[in-house]
Write a protein of this length. Structure first.
Length: 215
């Protein structure tokens, strides 16, 4: 009798975990800081909505789109490289937002040092010149999209601007720093003032995290 109960429990547990695996292929990556840690530069309500609602929706959409397709068992990176349309849009937005949210800190290293500073200076002239070019790219990007600091195949650094879910993985570039210029990223804190959001963005970037992506 006890063996039967144990076996039934095991079967039920396996069944539930297989259901769970299918339903939860991709999950929301938690923020590495408290929701109010970046306020007032990036407010609690912005993070609640941007991370808890917008990013969660991209995760849910992706999990709903891929069952029964060739993407079902692929890594997020492979899905991004191989897909188009709604699957690409949602997969890329999951990846983009993970890069974005993980690069901030309440007490960031305020400027790059070491190998990162060297690479930035070599490719842009100086850190200030890089910041200026990146800021201009963020301001100039029409509508929704992303601006990226990337490492090219030859080791030089460059800037890439893309509309919507645009993503440097598609071109096999290494993403070092991403700025989300969709209005949902800043409207609650800065309304239409994208330039004010970019100014705050620079005060939140943790250059230690960015340097870690250089490798
Ligand atoms: Mn966003």
């Amino acid at each position: 009798m006890r063996t039967t109960v144990k076996a039934a429990t095991l079967v039920a547990a396996l069944f539930l975990s297989s259901l769970n695996l299918n339903a939860m292929k991709f999950e929301l990556t938690p923020l590495p800081y408290a929701l109010d840690a970046l306020a007032p530069k990036m407010g609690k309500q912005t993070l609640e909505l941007h991370h808890g609602k917008h990013l969660q929706t991209y995760v849910n959409n992706l999990n709903n789109l891929i069952p029964g397709t060739p993407y079902e068992n692929m890594s997020l990176e492979d899905i991004i490289k191989q897909s188009e349309g709604p699957v690409f849009n949602n997969a890329a937005q999951v990846w983009n937002h993970n890069v974005f949210f993980q690069q901030f800190s309440a007490k960031p290293q305020a400027a790059p040092t070491g190998a990162l500073l060297e690479a930035i200076s070599k490719s842009f002239g100086s850190f200030d010149a890089f910041k200026d070019q990146y800021t201009k790219a963020c301001t100039a990007l029409f509508g929704s999209g992303w601006v990226w600091l990337v490492k090219n195949a030859d080791g030089t650094l460059g800037l890439e601007s893309y509309s919507n879910a645009g993503n440097p993985l598609k071109k096999n570039l290494t993403a070092l720093l991403g700025c989300d210029v969709w209005e949902h990223a800043y409207y609650l804190d800065y309304q239409n003032r994208r330039a004010d959001y970019i100014a705050a963005f620079w005060q939140l970037v943790d250059w230690k995290v960015v340097e870690g992506r250089l490798k």
